[in-house]
Design a protein around this ligand. Sequence first.
Ligand SMILES: [Zn+2]
Length: 511
Amino acid sequence: MTDAGTDQIAAPDRTCGEGPHDRLVLRNVTVIDGTGAAPYGPADILIEGNRITGIWETSSSASLTERPAAEGAVEMDLSGHYVLPGIVDSHGHIGNTQQAPNSEYVYKLWLGHGVTSVREVGAFNGLDWTVREAQRSDRGEIAAPRIHVYPAFRPGPAGSAPILTAQDAVVWVNDVAERGAKGVKFFAASPVTFSAALEELARLGLGSACHHDQRRASQVNALTSARWGLGSIEHWYGMPEAMFRDRTVQHVPAGYNHNYEPDRFAQGAHLWLQTAERGSKAWEQTLEEFLQLGTTLSPTFNIYIGSRDAARVRSSEWHEDFTAPVLWDFFQPSEENHGSYMGDWGTEQEVAWRHAYAKWMSFVNDYKNLGGRVTAGSDSGFIYKTFGFGIIEELELLREAGFQPLEVIRAATLHGAELMGIAEETGSVEPGKLADLMIVDEDPLANLKVLYGHGHLRLTDDGLHRVGGVKYTLRDGIVYDAHALREDVKHLVRSLKEAKEEGIPLHSHPE
Ligand SMILES: [Zn+2]
């Protein structure tokens, strides 16, 4: 089976990024290694080809002569800089033609924010198209992070066989596995097909993620699917239902219609408010069982953040320079576009969501403190969240949830890599691992805002300045000037806006 494909424009062959180099030395850096260990430095990092082959701590007993020789090596003097693992985004979408003018726009924003690995959960541009992009990226042909493709669990194009039985599910899983899927994204699968698919994925050693669609959550909540072997719970759906003790289904007001998104998102907050209290037996038992099952939480706090303060997401500082006109249009309140539900979003909705966030965040933080794995996912391309910026906001929201800065970085790097099954190769700054790194000239542990592409605003003696912004992103040893990538995006956005003003169609295929 192949799919119908997409109108989305594939990335052009790579013209930016240098390397991988035979030998590259990053001199005098401070290392935040992603494992949760405290920062250390100054250190020199030797990269040969696409791999880190040595780290020398220049303040340790190692003498300077033991530092990697400069001979024949490309050297970067990075005094005052911090080196971290590249960010692993556990929930990304490349975006369709309504969300992004082309895929290059998305990839450059990802790399421009230090993102080196993404789980593409849904493959909404089609499995085959998305796998092709992932393979081109792996070969270094396009400037993009590594992409693991998780197609949505649903029949292929019109006319494909429906997935009705356990056997159908097994056949479907094997088909997408052969076509290059690294896992599957579930929404509202029936118990019989969902459990069979998870069993087959486990047999094949592939991953799984689920957005527990509320139309199915009365039968399959997050704990049900975790018991069947689900890898990660996306967003917040399905967890409150697992902790219901004074009811078995969510109470929704008369007239509620799940398919009407203003209703659905307004009532989403009340789902958290209707579930068990923090510290209750139900709360503790649920966390404990997720821990025993090894389930990962991929909360994507940032994507719903407009629900608690719509004005803030509508007016985010980066929209002007970085949000493509087509994406801006997609964000506007409408009854057609997914996530465009804030057409009449008032105080009552926002206050409910603020309370819901407090409870949801404490659940996620409690899970982390028990030893559970939590990752950072962006879900950008919806609800005023622009690619790249969303993942950095996710780090800030993990911080707000109670994660220490080092725990935030670990969630966004090593723990994401573990979830993707690539932690032996990437996710931390250690000899032997791939050179998937981000480099920044401000301390992100002191202020995560320095990772935003538009930088952090600071008043100094000589005026108001933007500082920070990821400076370099290394993916497989290829060194990208992250600032230049973001400038490319700004230029594209500017030209698209000009074209729009002149009435030229915004989205057209290259001939
Ligand atoms: Zn999503």
